[in-house]
Design a protein around this ligand. Structure first.
Ligand SMILES: NC(=O)c1ccc[n+]([C@@H]2O[C@H](COP(=O)([O-])OP(=O)(O)OC[C@H]3O[C@@H](n4cnc5c(N)ncnc54)[C@H](OP(=O)(O)O)[C@@H]3O)[C@@H](O)[C@H]2O)c1
Length: 260
């Protein structure tokens, strides 16, 4: 199968790197000569990639088209292009609904949305796909955990749930920086914080939904250190603030017709 990327930005690079390293992808990959430094780097790293100077030539030569431009660019880019009814299209464009995409991609009707996250570069992370499709799921299955979704409203909730990534990194970094501020060497503090979060994340992956909700409680020795931190953060309404922030993301996604 030949896959072509419209948009050679950060997420396209992560997917392509994942496919051609962790993913052992054996199909052909096409990109356009956009984001010059990035497209040149991709072709240098993976000489099997074919680079096109214009979007239409790329579309004409692939079976699966990935749309990975910014929301505000999407409509103008797609209006210029002609698709085939036999092609499968995956849009990664945030907030742009299937009902907006359909007329822009006609006569193609096999249209899907997906939200791969940057760790696909190392073959990891959730990839919500809506609506589900065997070809799309097979395409992503070696670079992450595909989550097939029939309901586009649920898909939107998953997209909102992805907004905690920067907060997570800040959390890990703050823990390391706090330890370093007490006089621990930077590299040891960073290693400790990263290694702890990796181990804890592995426990969450092994847990069912009920076990996941119980994990925090299970760490709480009465009068212990974990209990003290959790209770202080609860008193400062940390978790209520997180829920409020995610509600705000949902409202933003619900109100957007084109992802703004
Ligand atoms: N980054 C993520 O983690 C992530 C995750 C899931 C979904 N997404 C979604 O994926 C989309 C891309 O995100 P991104 O972070 O990869 O953005 P990005 O790094 O800004 O990439 C956008 C790409 O679109 C290209 N582009 C702009 N106009 C174009 C045109 N007329 N024809 C062809 N290419 C054009 C840009 O090229 P130039 O640089 O040459 O202008 C750039 O390569 C967004 O809609 C975003 O919501 C992103």
């Amino acid at each position: 199968m030949t896959v072509g990327f419209i948009g050679t930005g950060a997420i396209s690079e992560a997917i392509i790197t994942g496919l051609l390293t962790a993913g052992n992808y054996s199909g052909q990959i096409l990109i356009t000569r956009r984001s010059n430094a990035r497209s040149a780097r991709l072709v240098r790293s993976f000489p099997s990639i074919t680079i096109y100077d214009d979007n239409q030539s790329l579309v004409d030569n692939c079976d699966l088209v990935i749309i990975a431009v910014l929301p505000e660019q999407c409509e103008a880019v797609l209006k210029q292009l002609h698709f085939r009814s036999t092609q499968t299209i995956i849009s990664l464009v945030s907030g742009t609904k299937l009902s907006i995409l359909a007329p822009l991609l006609s006569p193609a009707t096999k249209i899907h949305r997906a939200v791969p996250m940057p760790p696909v570069e190392i073959g990891k992370g959730p990839i919500p796909v809506c609506p589900p499709d065997p070809l799309v799921e097979a395409f992503f299955q070696n670079i992450g955990q595909v989550i097939p979704l029939n309901d586009e409203a649920h898909f939107r909730t998953f997209a909102a749930g992805s907004a905690v990534m920067a907060t997570f990194f800040r959390w890990v970094a703050e823990n390391a920086a706090w330890m370093a501020a007490q006089g621990v060497p930077d590299d040891q503090a960073a290693l400790y914080s990263a290694s702890l979060t990796e181990a804890l994340a592995n426990l969450t992956l092994a847990a069912n939904p009920q076990q996941l909700q119980a994990l925090s409680q299970e760490c709480l020795t009465a009068g212990g250190l974990n209990e003290q931190v959790l209770r202080e953060l609860e008193k400062q309404d940390w978790f209520a603030a997180m829920n409020t922030a995610l509600d705000g993301i949902m409202r933003r996604l619900e109100n957007s017709s084109n992802g703004k």
